[in-house]
Ligand binder design. Structure first.
Ligand SMILES: Nc1ncnc2c1ncn2[C@@H]1O[C@H](COP(=O)(O)OP(=O)(O)OP(=O)(O)O)[C@@H](O)[C@H]1O
Ligand SMILES: Nc1nc2c(c(=O)[nH]1)N=C(CO)CN2
Length: 175
């Protein structure tokens, strides 16, 4: 099978947030290209709740887009993730932000796997960690491919400032 590269975003704001994010890095260890530091991030989406810890990861392997999504769901299930409130508190949320084959970005309007993730461009908690591990990163948006650095610049200063690095996961700093 042809290798694909995916950008994944993981977040947690219930229970041991670092432990939950560590399960993601451990599960993906064989495919890992880069893991961002852990960022503390204010809740996005309007629901009052505790701050999240977030990471963005770049992974590469002989996998189809659905395979990456399945791993995300498997990780959420292992963390006993429940979905009560949209954009509400959760032990672990893992989203597929973008998938590409040899630089060619996959676009999907399948509601089970929208690609690139339609809300990524608005989320400092995705973009800031992504930029930290790939300063050249680009995200396909309805306006075309946009450098992640420009998308970050265009976010509210407050939103950007709220996203703060707090830790590297044990043994898995950026590389
Ligand atoms: N790119 C994607 N990554 C992850 N899930 C996706 C994606 N596109 C569609 N989905 C679907 O979205 C559904 C809801 O996912 P989830 O509960 O994680 O949403 P959410 O994290 O609350 O909100 P958001 O989608 O805004 O991040 C899942 O059933 C999943 O199949
Ligand atoms: N800061 C931050 N906010 C969120 C997050 C997240 O991972 N980080 N995930 C959500 C679920 O969709 C809703 N809001």
């Amino acid at each position: 099978m042809i290798r694909s590269r995916a950008v994944l975003s993981a977040g947690s704001n219930v229970g041991d947030r670092l432990a939950h994010l560590t399960t993601v890095v451990e599960r993906l260890a064989d495919d890992l290209v880069a893991t961002s530091p852990v960022y503390s991030t204010p809740p996005w989406g309007g629901v009052e709740q505790d701050d999240f810890y977030n990471i963005t990861l770049i992974v590469e392997g002989a996998k189809r887009p659905d395979d990456w999504l399945e791993i995300c769901h498997e990780l959420e299930r292992s963390a006993d993730r429940t979905r009560e409130i949209r954009w509400g508190p959760r032990t672990l949320d893992v989203d597929v932000i973008s998938v590409s084959y040899d630089g060619e970005v996959v676009r999907s309007d399948d509601p089970d796997l929208l690609l690139p993730h339609p809300r990524a461009a608005e989320r400092a908690f995705v973009l800031v960690p992504w930029l930290a591990i790939d300063p050249e990163a680009a995200l396909w948006t309805p306006e075309g491919a946009r450098p992640v650095a420009d998308l970050v610049e265009q976010l509210d200063a407050d939103e950007r400032a709220g996203v703060r690095p707090v830790a590297d996961l044990p043994g898995v700093g950026p590389r």
